[in-house]
Design a protein around this ligand. Structure first.
Ligand SMILES: *Cc1c(COP(=O)(O)O)cnc(C)c1O
Length: 418
């Protein structure tokens, strides 16, 4: 008798990196005419964004791996000059260590499995750990075997995650992690004797459009450090740096860096340095997903990827993504555009993406749509729900959909380095 088993995990993206890299998304669609979602990666755009962040941020840059852990993405971030990685799980730590033996890996999740701490410390050389409670401090010390007074010799870094009041970020992160200012001050004092390096960290929320959010957070951090009365070595200002989406044009990153630098200097913390943990800002523009229209009903399009696939943020979180029609056969698409709502392929009515997605008014079954700015929090959120988990990953060399027209694509050879 044959034992039938259902698949337990989402099907990995099937990579086509070995094939000759085609220059553009349109060329690929013309060759492949794909009926599965096609993930298009632009490593040169990711390397450019990473290099720009590293050059502009007044401190050390850690890439937040959860945002897109695809090896080709990690390689592009590395090629852009990032040498430190913010990991949140044993699997992320192992992946980064396997790819980059020399990388700095920092375990920035405030609630960790004991085995994950042991493996990170003992097998992968991770020295920095985040905590937001006395219980987690005890857990880290027990699993690393570091005793009070030996932290410097052992190289242990302890980072206290400070909770922030609910802010205005498009993706709020204030509800789960972080110690109150009073508790954070107490934790700084409690951790100091065991820490070779002591830090305070926070996250203002993802896709934060207001540079002043960092000024307020740094001011609060300064109050906590003063209340604790201990020296610290690092303030980690987290991620949250925004990118463009349709109708959203954030201030340039330099405005955020200037605000952070000025607010940090105002704290006058001798010997302390800044870290940041960008995710979205490094990788969003470097990825897009091409979906195919399977049915049209009025202003509603049924496409082959949705909120249980790479378009999770287009569902309840309400993100819109730039949309572009790709039609291979005549007639050419209409010039006039209309707003459309998208439905994903699963049978759940929550698999709906309100957009609006602006497309030629005659969009029809069989057309393809490229959805841009999906390098961040796209592919990593895919599930196998309802069996719709097959997708391909390819590299292309054309411009990201929302790239400024005059933005040069530096390092064009990078696309070949997969
Ligand atoms: C998700 C996350 C990040 C990255 O956030 P972005 O908004 O993508 O920049 C950084 N640090 C921590 C602790 C996170 O949880």
């Amino acid at each position: 008798m044959t034992l039938l088993r259902t698949r337990a995990a989402v099907t990995p993206l099937r990579c086509s990196f070995d094939a000759e890299i085609l220059p553009s998304v349109d060329a690929l669609i013309a060759v492949e005419r794909p009926e599965e979602p096609m993930h298009c990666l632009r490593p040169a755009a990711i390397a450019d964004a990473a290099a720009g962040f590293v050059a502009g941020f007044p401190g050390q840059t850690l890439y937040a791996v959860k945002c897109n852990p695809e090896p080709a993405v990690l390689r592009a971030v590395w090629d852009g000059g990032v040498r430190h990685f913010d990991c949140a799980s044993a699997a992320e730590v192992a992946l980064v260590r396997t790819m980059f033996p020399e990388a700095g890996i920092h375990f920035m999740h405030p609630v960790k499995a004991r085995g994950a701490i042991r493996a990170a410390w003992g097998e992968h050389g991770v020295r920095d750990f985040v905590l937001d409670s006395a219980d987690e401090l005890a857990k880290i010390l027990a699993e690393t075997g570091v005793e009070a007074g030996t932290g410097a010799a052992e190289g242990l870094g302890l980072f206290i995650r400070l909770a922030l009041p609910k802010g205005t970020a498009m993706h709020d992160l204030s509800g789960k992690f972080g110690a109150s200012p009073e508790d954070a001050a107490a934790l700084l004092r409690a951790a100091r004797p065991s820490a070779g390096r002591l830090g305070l960290c926070f996250h203002v929320g993802s896709q934060m459009l207001d540079p002043l959010a960092w000024r307020q957070a740094l001011a609060l951090a300064g109050e906590v450090i003063a209340a604790a009365g201990v020296a610290i070595e690092v303030i980690d200002v987290g991620g949250g740096f925004p990118v463009a989406y349709p109708g959203i044009e954030p201030p340039p990153l330099g405005a955020f860096f200037a605000e952070i630098e000025a607010s940090f200097e105002a704290l006058a913390l001798p010997g302390a340095i800044l870290w940041a943990e960008p995710g979205r800002a490094l990788v969003a523009a470097g990825g897009s997903v091409v979906v195919q229209v399977q049915a049209r009903r009025g202003q509603e399009l049924f496409v082959n990827d949705g909120v249980y696939g790479a378009l999770s943020d287009a569902g309840a979180p309400g993100f819109t993504f730039p949309a572009r029609l790709i039609r291979l056969d005549p007639p050419p698409p209409a010039a006039a555009e209309q707003p459309f709502v998208l439905f994903g392929p699963t049978c759940d009515s929550a698999d709906r993406m309100a957009g609006p997605f602006w497309l030629p008014e005659d969009v029809a079954e069989g057309d393809w749509i490229e959805l841009g700015q999906l390098g961040a929090y796209g592919a990593c959120l895919r599930t196998a729900f309802n069996g719709f988990d097959r997708a391909r990953l390819v590299e292309v060399r054309d411009r990201p959909m929302l790239a400024a027209p005059d933005q040069p694509l530096a390092q064009p050879g990078l696309a070949l380095a997969a």
